[in-house]
Design a protein around this ligand. Sequence first.
Ligand SMILES: *Cc1c(COP(=O)(O)O)cnc(C)c1O
Length: 428
Amino acid sequence: MKTVPFTKAQLEKIVAQYPTPFHLYDERGIRDTARKLHKAFAWNKGYKEFFAVKALPNPFILKILREEGCGVDCSSYTELMLAESCGFAGGEIMFSANDMPAQDFRKVRALDGTVNLDDISHIDFLKENGGIPHKISCRFNPGGDFKLGNTIMGNPGEAKYGFTRSQLTQGFKKLMALGVKEFGLHAFLASNTTDDSYYPALARLLFQTAVELYEETGGRVTFINLSGGVGIPYLPDQPGADILKIGAGVQKAYEEVIVPSPLHQVSINTELGRFMTGPHGYLISRVIHEKKTHKDYLGLDASAVNLMRPAMYGAYHHITVMGKESAPCDHKYDVTGSLCENNDKFAIDRMLPKTEIGDLVVIHDTGAHGFAMGYNYNGRLRSAEVLLGADGQATLIRRAETPRDYFATFDFTHLLDEALQKDENGRL
Ligand SMILES: *Cc1c(COP(=O)(O)O)cnc(C)c1O
């Protein structure tokens, strides 16, 4: 049973101030999750979570996470700018690279963030663009399938990320010759998994690899980055990941592999995105049309530009019709947006209570990879983001786009001014 952390009356007050559609984030939920995560890894002295900025790139959310002791994992020049503008610096910034332009490397080096290098060929590229730091991390790709028991969790052999095992040995030697004193090791081998054995199995693999690399090269790994991938229960009857159990599982692997090894002590890092904010975001929308043809459709004022996951992956997102939480779900609907794309459906054949035009519809679990994956197809504009504060007050943390934003990249022409003069909303 999925619930929402606000009442219908509370939501009606918020939509009176901020018109639908918008994403609403629950500050209390985000803080509680961050605290639980820190509790799960409290046994590790240097533990740090680097929140994956790409999941929810909003400075107000990043500041909340910073207050909770998190750093940031950035993946581009502008994400690094965002981190910098929120006050993150040095050891609070991780840059998990892959096919990165030169300016991205120069920026992360200027901020003294930690570079998590994706490929052996990028060593020379980094040397030319920002320089080789004393402390650096490398991404590991073990190839083949990544299995837990008989279950295939991921397919690293097909993934574009990381060094092969032999490249790690070569890479460590080369980096040491260039002055590196401290190494990190990172891998991302499964996505959105609620299986509590994923992190412990990944940790054991990285711990063992770190010990081997020390024996082979003398390069000392001082931090192990378990990356993201811990999932959330999108389905109403799906059990969630038990982060305390996951932390204990990683601790067991640590005690068995690291403690007796010559490394003795390493810091654990994570780069969770979805797990941190996913369940604490809600896309708030209103039913604007009801259509009955070969199927029954509810047309919302939101569309896939506000939340792409159902259209892109067929992902399930739970839907609550406000005020009808305990009504029987005895009507079958396709819940759609307005894009000229038949995959613009938030749900297909979903059983819901009888729903009317004007009803407020809440789409769950949009707090990660939701707004962030938004786009402007069909000339649709990005929505606002609103924070439901721990004090129950709603605050605008990103305004909705207006036609001015849509035309902004034509500001070298007369088109922008002419379009704005004819905008019926008069938003100049
Ligand atoms: C996307 C990504 C993450 C976050 O993934 P989640 O599934 O949101 O936890 C972390 N690290 C890297 C390198 C990523 O690319």
